[in-house]
Design a protein around this ligand. Structure first.
Ligand code: FAD
Ligand code: NAD
Length: 396
């Protein structure tokens, strides 16, 4: 019998952890493992709000794949997936190359959810990749530089963050920390800089603990963030945003952080999806395909009450590890184990040294939450790259 081919799409949290598990569990001759990713690095998505605001470098959030993957055991293909043909068991890359598989793992992450709101695709930024956050950082700096040449244009110094979910809140914390530095560098009066965080729901961080939400809003308001809660953005133009209450905010910088959907390649390839995510079975298999597995933000799983789990790195990591074990079991003719998420809590940063968190039933505030978040980052880096990577990357 020929060696089974395992093809993994995406080296994000889900795809990377599947790969690392497989490289650890399987011997060289047991399977042919191929990993396809757009870049030759893994990025730490959970840090991207920092380079976006400019409080950390984009490089800091990248880890070269050859540092963490055994390239003797895994064929790495740097390429962009264009489509999946599940009936033919093939994947086509933008380069035209066609890869075949016996087992497929889809871990292509997410895309911004725009809900069909006019102008967002054309005029808003989103925090989604290393290249995207580099552009946001450069643009913010450019706005300060432009203002110095056109001082009547205060809209250059107005920044709009769409959505007060965790991404919006974390980015606001970083941007508020960066503004004093930019004001000093460009000799700008800090009172002229406005950062609006606009949320459609009646509260920031809908569904999260109200005491922690109030704490986050207090911290960010003191740092200069102006919240507009219960006011959906209904249109984005090249001059700013229009809100459902009729208000217009003039701005040249709109960062859309109002939710995500699964990578559109999955839907375009004919898989049944809800908001771009495949409702997988207990073994993370796509309906109708015994040999196609989906992890991370492309996968949709439900809790005991029938509510979908939010797409998080935490779940993507656990799915990747479980799937790695299960694929190794399948190859060896052993029994797979169902995926059961073990939620460890939520930790979010509010800028340097500040955060909120809920771990079990314990609420964490301020520096304690920030420290716990660093500890959780450290654990992840250790998991993927050992102590060396953890020591190199974690900033205390
Ligand atoms: P990703 O990590 O997004 O990886 C997808 C990979 O696929 C990438 O390497 C990408 O380059 C590659 N790819 C995409 N398209 C293609 C293609 N066509 N061809 C080839 N390769 C492709 N979650 C938490 O649990 N805790 C947090 O603290 C947290 N903080 C966050 C902070 C921010 C600013 C953001 C934006 C998200 C945060 N999340 C957090 C959510 C978390 O980052 C995602 O749920 C997680 O990244 C999903 O992992 P994934 O493996 O599905 O996809
Ligand atoms: P989200 O869906 O969690 O939040 C988006 C917010 O945007 C919601 O509050 C929503 O009401 C609001 N919104 C939607 N339409 C709007 C409109 N038209 N105008 C204004 N506001 C609007 O999305 P996210 O924050 O991007 O997070 C995506 C996923 O990543 C989530 O699962 C989240 O839990 C996870 N995440 C986790 C962390 C963390 O744990 N620290 C950090 C970032 C993201």
């Amino acid at each position: 019998m020929s060696t089974p081919k395992i093809l993994i799409l995406g080296a994000g949290y889900g795809g990377l952890l599947t790969t690392l598990k497989l490289q650890k569990k399987l011997n060289y001759n047991e399977a042919e493992i191929t990993l396809v990713n757009k870049h030759n690095y893994h990025y730490i998505t959970t840090w991207l709000h920092e380079p976006a605001a400019g409080t950390a470098s984009a490089d800091h959030a990248r880890v070269n794949l050859d540092q963490i993957i055994d390239m003797n055991k895994v064929n790495f293909v740097k390429g962009t997936v264009q489509s999946i043909q599940p009936e033919e068991q093939t994947v086509t890359l933008e380069s035209g190359e066609v890869l075949s598989y016996d087992y497929l793992v889809i871990g292509l992450g997410s895309e911004p959810e725009t809900f069909g709101i006019q102008g967002l695709k054309e005029h808003a930024f989103s925090i989604r990749s290393i290249n995207a956050v580099r552009q946001i950082r450069e643009h913010i700096e450019y706005m300060f530089a432009k203002y110095k040449n056109e001082p009547e244009r205060t809209d250059y110094l107005t920044f709009v963050v769409g959505g007060a979910g965790f991404t919006g809140i974390e980015f606001c914390g970083e941007l508020a920390d960066r503004v004093p530095e930019l004001c000093q560098e460009f000799d700008v009066d800090p009172d002229l800089v406005k950062i609006y965080c606009i949320e459609a729901a009646p509260t920031a961080l809908p569904g999260f603990d109200p005491e922690l939400v109030n704490y986050a809003m207090d911290v960010l308001s003191r740092k200069g963030i102006e919240f507009k809660i219960g006011t959906p953005i209904k249109e984005c133009t090249e001059n700013g945003v229009l809100l459902a209450n009729g208000e217009e905010i003039k701005s040249k910088t709109v960062v859309w952080a109002a939710g995500v959907r699964g990578n559109s390649i999955v839907e375009k390839s004919g898989f049944e999806v809800m908001r771009g995510r495949v409702k997988v079975d207990e073994y993370l298999r796509a309906p109708g395909y015994e040999n196609v597995f989906v992890v991370g933000d492309c996968a949709l799983i439900f809790n005991a009450e029938g509510r979908p789990y939010p797409p998080t790195a935490q779940i993507a990591v656990q799915e990747g590890e479980c799937l790695g074990d299960n694929l190794a079991a399948l190859i060896r003719g052993e029994v797979m184990q169902p995926f059961v998420p073990a939620l460890q809590g939520t930790l979010a940063s509010l800028g340097k040294g500040e955060g909120i968190g809920m771990v079990g039933s314990k609420k964490l505030f301020g520096s304690t939450a920030a420290l716990m978040k660093k500890a959780s980052d450290l654990r992840y880096l250790w998991k993927i790259g050992g102590v060396g990577l953890a020591m190199k990357k974690v900033r205390l």
